[in-house]
Design a protein around this ligand. Structure first.
Ligand SMILES: [Zn+2]
Length: 608
């Protein structure tokens, strides 16, 4: 990507990697580095390491590494340019002009899909107010009592019943290609080989990301036909496990919490009633990525789920997931088993006040759990008590906060009229099982992390051939040399006449040195982040590891040390196994010998 070197440098100067990553990961100081629990894989013991001195990171658990830009790419699911844009925005910089090169193809597809989605949203909105969309408008306005303003805020719409109204419009009027519309999942190929609309005769809910892009749609049928909801499948711009409905609106709210609903309509009804901090899932069970996304905006979740059994189960599941991320969860109980939409309609003008009261007195996660427990079991019977006790102990033991465990063990023992000690005994027992499980996990991870530090363990995704050097000594010298050149680029002149890319025995080191050579000769800067687009993801991950490990040991080295690395690499490279020796011609061996002698002589005079 052709962004000016100076601009990239400023991005990195202004976006310190520790402060950016701290926004997502809780980092603790360890020696010259910071460590935390990896946001890219599930772990209990921190193996995610940030290196302030080289402004890089590497995870010894899953092998992901990089700089502040690649971190932002992975964390926010962005492409390179969008990640740069985000960081530029964060630090108050404006983007320079740049040329898109071939790595912009994926980006081009994304842009086309987003553009098609935007046009589709406009088309659906217009259709809603056209004669054809009368049933849809009636559904929103009469059945759901939505105002025109609410319809506009959410960009609601109607997908016409005729087979290909949208597809025809986008191709003929807007110049899109059918293939791109299929990629966007707006169009499908019918069995008879015709391009037809994916959404037909449905009211439409656009799903908009935090940057205001229309990334997908949910379409609801107005009759009792199934499926009631049809959603966009995953596309290059959309993952349903990664987003929320209405997060674009909720993120602007001043409230300290978000209200999480199950359905789009509940969410919209609450918004219209005056709650600007509501969002909804996208038709799948809550995922870990969604919880993490949620946590980036608010640390307090208020769940507003259906009161039926399925809803309660979903709420309990959500509670445990939020708890794992150290978040506080509250649960709203809408009276009489109503859903929020019904409840608000029932109370008309008083809807906001009435519902606000429900939010204010929402139970925290533990009280909510106790409530469902007392509905389920009869505490008057011994049997009921025992069942409740066991279930409660299991729940309390799973909670991450020891304080909460203790306080609620006391309260529960009162409710069930059993001694706190006996309850604590059960909790401790369950807790021990959990700890043993966690410890086993942690140990395994620790082991892998240790092995990785000693290069015995390479995460499965990495091709071992990439970082294979001829010998342990060669590996150390090659890694050290490229690392010190990337941190002290001025040292290149000290080694440039001594060593060439072909002398390196590790494929990755050789490639890096070649890149350094080219950039240095062209007078361009060569830091880790300058290399992003010249290397594959695996290569870049490993390069980040090498650089990080190097910065932990030593930092500023002299030209002599640098030269010594180069000499060691040459020496290792020239070592011949007996088989190799047998195959070489005498002339070759003599030539190598003379070279070696000359170099030793040079070295001696340099030492003097
Ligand atoms: Zn990881």
């Amino acid at each position: 990507m052709a962004l000016p070197d100076s601009f990239l440098r400023e991005i990195h100067d202004r976006n310190d990697i520790v402060s950016v990553i701290s926004g997502y990961v809780n980092l603790k100081q360890r020696g010259r580095t910071r460590v935390g629990v990896c946001p890219f894989h599930s772990e209990k013991t921190p193996s995610f390491t940030v290196y302030p001195e080289t402004q890089s990171f590497y995870c010894y658990g899953c092998g992901v590494g990089g700089d502040v830009i690649t971190f932002t790419m992975k964390m926010d699911n962005l492409d390179y340019i969008d990640a740069v844009k985000e960081l530029a925005q964060r630090s108050g910089m404006s983007m320079p002009e740049y040329d898109e090169d071939k790595s912009g193809i994926a980006r081009e597809i994304k842009r086309t899909v987003l553009e098609a989605n935007k046009e589709a949203a406009r088309f659906f909105y217009r259709s809603l107010y056209s004669p054809e969309g009368r049933a849809g408008l009636q559904y929103f306005k009469n059945d759901r009592r939505l105002s025109d303003a609410t319809i506009r805020s959410f960009g609601l719409g109607y997908a016409p019943a005729s087979g290909s109204a949208l597809t025809d419009h986008l191709i003929k009027e807007k110049g899109f290609r059918a293939a791109d519309l299929v990629t966007a999942n707006l169009t499908v190929l019918s069995r008879s080989g015709r391009y037809i609309d994916r959404f037909r005769d449905r009211v439409m809910f656009p799903i908009i990301d935090v940057r205001g892009n229309v990334i997908a749609f949910g379409g609801r049928i107005m009759s009792d036909e199934k499926p009631k909801y049809l959603n966009t499948s995953d596309t290059p711009v959309y993952k349903k496990t990664y987003n929320f409905f209405a997060l674009n609106l909720a993120k602007k709210s001043k409230a300290d919490h978000f209200i999480l609903c199950e359905g789009y309509m509940d969410c919209i009804a609450l918004y219209q009633a005056g709650f600007d901090n509501v969002l909804a899932g996208l038709g799948t069970a809550l995922t870990e990525q969604q919880v993490k996304l949620f946590k980036r905006y608010r640390s307090k979740a208020v769940l507003c789920y259906d009161s039926d059994e399925a809803g309660q189960k979903a709420a309990m599941r959500a509670i445990m997931m939020f708890d794992k991320q150290d978040m506080n969860t509250f649960v709203i109980k809408v009276p009489d088993g109503k859903d929020p939409d019904e409840y608000l309609k029932h109370h008309g003008a008083n809807g906001f006040v009435r519902f606000k009261a429900l939010v204010d007195k929402a139970d925290n996660e533990v009280d909510y759990f106790f409530g469902t427990l007392s509905e389920k079991y009869n505490y008057q019977t011994v049997e009921g008590k025992i069942y409740a006790l066991n279930e409660a102990a299991r729940f309390l033991a799973e909670l991450s906060s020891p304080l909460k465990r203790d306080v609620y063990a006391g309260r529960l023992s009162e409710q069930l009229d059993v001694s706190k000690e006996s309850l604590e005994e059960i909790i401790t027992k369950v807790r021990r099982e959990i700890d043993i499980r966690n410890e086993a996990d942690a140990e395994r991870q620790q082991e892998r992390a240790e092995q990785s530090r000693m290069h015995l363990y390479i995460p499965e995704s990495i091709d071992p051939a990439l970082i294979h050097a001829k010998s342990k000594r060669a590996e150390k010298a090659e890694e050290s040399l490229i690392a010190c050149l990337l941190t002290q680029p001025e040292l290149y002149s000290a080694v440039k006449n001594t060593i060439r890319a072909e002398n390196f025995t590790m494929p990755l080191a050789s490639k890096v040195y070649k890149e350094i050579t080219q950039r240095a000769e062209a007078g361009r800067s060569c830091r880790l982040y300058d290399l992003t687009n010249a290397f594959s993801e695996d290569e870049y991950n490993q390069l980040s590891r090498i650089l990080g490990e190097y910065s932990e040991k030593s930092l500023r080295v002299t030209a002599e040390t640098c030269l010594a690395y180069a000499e060691a690499i040459l020496e290792e490279g020239e070592k011949r196994t007996p088989q190799e020796l047998a195959q070489e011609s005498d002339e070759n061996v003599m030539e190598k010998f003379r070279e070696l002698k000359a170099r030793k002589k040079r070295k001696r005079s340099a030492d003097e």
